[in-house]
Design a protein around this ligand. Structure first.
Ligand SMILES: Cc1cc2nc3c(=O)[nH]c(=O)nc-3n(C[C@H](O)[C@H](O)[C@H](O)COP(=O)(O)OP(=O)(O)OC[C@H]3O[C@@H](n4cnc5c(N)ncnc54)[C@H](O)[C@@H]3O)c2cc1C
Length: 388
């Protein structure tokens, strides 16, 4: 469908976070108080199941904050369901098993976890000077260029410098891509395992063996990423202790279609790397060393690539869907179309957890959009003007 450079939230060549854009410029407002270093441990309800505030721990102290109008939970797709569960909103059986009093039996809380699984590790090397090297990206001339003009490799989103979009499944809407290819201008062996492999979290022994021939060499990687995965995972509580990490089960590849789509994605990535422009133009050579754990399959067979996928597919850190927005007819719906939590009042969830289906590309811009829409819903309900 096409190739593109990534859209990113930057200002003057520097990463600009949602906190930079929305929070910091408003810190002087009298109606805003930021309590950093705090963890909310539960939502407080009155006898009519109206959310009236939150309990939180700051340093060693347990504190409470109360709301005159509404409590808005925006702890993200892992922690928002965790907080609802800790507060007694969730599947009754799960809450009972942890001795948490059920306020609302809401079976969908923590279910429907979606993410974009991606497959990093398909790598090509290029002759010296034809691709990106660490020196070119991080070296003195790059640093000087960035310092002087906020331009050059350091102003790019380090890690994914290009995208390609494809519809590989025969069914479904042909205008919606089901595969995004993350094109990385450094191959993972380039830094001898100091930085990239740790960021990607390759297993040490797999990294050492698989990337052995490519240590320190220039090159690039192409990572197929499922944009409309069919597998669904879950977030549940490990215990009723708010400081325990929740159990996150991404359940990747549990739907067989996801595996088969990855197979098509790998073949397409290989065909990009094998174009005349890549092969003859920049001298790209694919790393065809058999992946440890998959040597029993003939290299390049479908079973080999299925094995490769099972070993190498991982999160793209885009969790979504665990407090999904849905009509009342859907028993697994958690919030209404204006993001109010069903079964209680005075409580909304506004973050990526409300997506019924994950967006078919990265989730940061959609998260900001959800924040903007959520703010409009709140203003509308309380009689404030909404920018149209
Ligand atoms: C490593 C990484 C790389 C990513 N790269 C990209 C990318 O390149 N492009 C892209 O589009 N997206 C990217 N994403 C995804 C993107 O960051 C998320 O989709 C987006 O931030 C989700 O926004 P959110 O508001 O739903 O949740 P979050 O941004 O996770 O915000 C939730 C906030 O709530 C706080 N919190 C949680 N629990 C509590 C509690 N109990 N008490 C108080 N505070 C709490 C958290 O500290 C956090 O600040 C990346 C994510 C990660 C982790």
């Amino acid at each position: 469908m096409g190739f593109s450079t990534p859209d990113v939230t930057v200002k003057n060549g520097k990463r600009h976070t949602a906190a930079d854009a929305f929070l910091r410029p408003n810190l002087q407002r009298p109606n805003l108080r930021l309590q950093s270093g705090s963890q909310v441990t539960k939502i407080i309800f009155d006898a009519d199941l109206r959310a009236t505030g939150v309990e939180y721990k700051q340093g060693r102290r347990i504190k409470r904050a109360f709301a005159r109008k509404e409590v808005v939970v925006c702890a993200g797709a892992i922690d928002s369901p965790k907080l609802l569960l800790l507060s007694g909103i969730g599947p009754q059986q799960h809450l009972r098993s942890l001795d948490i009093k059920t306020l609302v039996d809401s079976p969908g809380v923590g279910q429907n976890l979606q993410d974009h699984p991606s497959l990093l590790g398909l790598s090509w090397s290029t002759p010296k000077g034809r691709g990106s090297s660490l020196k070119r990206v991080l070296g003195p001339s790059s640093q000087l260029l960035y310092k002087r003009s906020r331009k050059g490799p350091l102003s790019a989103p380090f890690g994914v410098e290009g995208n390609a979009w494809m519809r590989l499944d025969d069914g479904g809407d042909p205008t919606v891509p089901d595969m995004q290819f993350l094109i990385v201008a450094l191959q993972a062996g380039v830094d001898y395992g100091f930085l990239l492999s740790q960021a990607i979290e390759f297993k040490e022994e797999v990294y050492r063996e698989y990337f052995a021939p490519y240590q320190g060499r220039e090159g690039f990687g192409i990572g197929p990423m499922l944009t409309v995965p069919k597998s669904r995972g879950s977030v549940t509580l490990r215990s009723s202790d708010p400081f325990d990490q929740p159990l996150i089960d991404p359940n990747f590849l549990s739907h067989p279609d996801d595996m088969e789509l990855f197979l098509k994605g790998i073949k397409f990535a290989l065909s990009i790397g094998n174009t005349t422009a890549m092969r003859d133009g920049i001298g790209a050579t694919f790393n065809d060393k058999p992946l440890p754990g998959c040597q029993t399959h003939p290299w390049g067979s479908d079973d080999y690539w299925r094995c490769f996928t099972r070993h190498m597919a991982s999160t793209t850190y885009h969790p979504a869907g665990t407090c999904k927005m849905a009509p009342l007819t859907d028993p697994l719906g958690v919030v209404t179309s204006t993001l109010k939590v069903r079964g209680v009042s005075g409580l909304r969830v506004i973050d990526t957890s409300i997506m019924p289906f994950i967006t078919s590309a990265n989730t940061n811009a959609p998260a900001i959009m959800i924040g903007e829409r959520g703010a409009d819903f709140i203003k509308e309900d309380h009689g404030a003007l909404v920018d149209k």
